[in-house]
Design a protein around this ligand. Structure first.
Ligand SMILES: Cc1cc2nc3c(=O)[nH]c(=O)nc-3n(C[C@H](O)[C@H](O)[C@H](O)COP(=O)(O)O)c2cc1C
Length: 199
């Protein structure tokens, strides 16, 4: 069974980011996979403190004993990963940014067992923003941050689907973007299968 873990980075349930993530997850399931979804704002996630504990080799990536330990485990037990976030202040949401910062422990610049530990797992992303102009809305910042963290952690970035919508659910007015999110879900499934050696 090919498994996807989906991290919901928006604090607004059933909002535009969730709808994009849902379209990708449903397509992954329809292709035959299994999905686990974690709503990051429901978890106890503390920001990185820059303590540098992760620069030494330990049994676990980070000393902070909070729900990030579960998030690490979920990503490492998955065959494919989906990150979702609204653009907030030209950046990923605080919830997703904490996860990305805590992946400092997984960076390919580390010399521990955790360096680049995603080991080729496919990583995809979905993003929603209010301002439709990518030159001003912060999408490029967000995209760059997510892509480099995925890659530095050893993941293989397979794509990002994004669209403009403001009020909760308005992304439904852009069915082509939802179709693209479904296509990303199928791509993650195929990539997860290939990584498992099953396709
Ligand atoms: C605190 C906050 C900051 C935001 N910052 C931006 C921004 O920098 N650029 C942008 O285009 N939209 C911004 N928005 C709009 C949201 O990205 C947009 O409404 C998005 O659809 C929200 O996704 P959601 O429905 O999943 O919550 C911001 C919204 C909030 C609440």
């Amino acid at each position: 069974m090919t498994r996807l873990v989906c991290l919901l980075g928006s604090p607004r349930r059933s909002g535009n980011t969730d709808l994009l993530a849902d379209a990708a997850c449903r397509a992954f399931q329809e292709a035959g996979g299994e999905v686990e979804t974690l709503a990051l704002n429901k978890l106890d996630l503390s920001p990185c403190t820059g303590c540098d504990w992760c620069k030494q080799d330990h049994e676990r990536p980070c000393i902070i004993d909070d729900d990030m330990q579960r998030v690490y485990d979920c990503m490492l037990s998955a065959d494919a990963i989906l990150w979702s976030t609204p653009v907030y202040s030209w950046a990923p949401s605080v919830e997703l940014k904490i996860v990305l910062d805590r992946q400092f422990a997984w960076g390919d610049y580390q010399t521990t067992r955790w360096a680049a530990v995603l080991a080729g797992r496919p990583v995809g992303a979905v993003m929603a923003y209010g301002d439709p102009d990518p030159a001003t809305n912060g999408f490029y910042h967000c995209y760059h941050i997510v892509r480099v963290v995925a890659t530095a952690s050893g993941g293989r970035f397979v794509g990002c689907v994004h669209g403009a919508a403001s009020a909760r659910g308005d992304i439904r007015q852009h069915p082509a973007v939802l179709d693209d999110a479904a296509a990303l879900g199928r791509k993650l499934y195929e990539a997860g299968l290939r990584r498992q050696g099953l396709a």
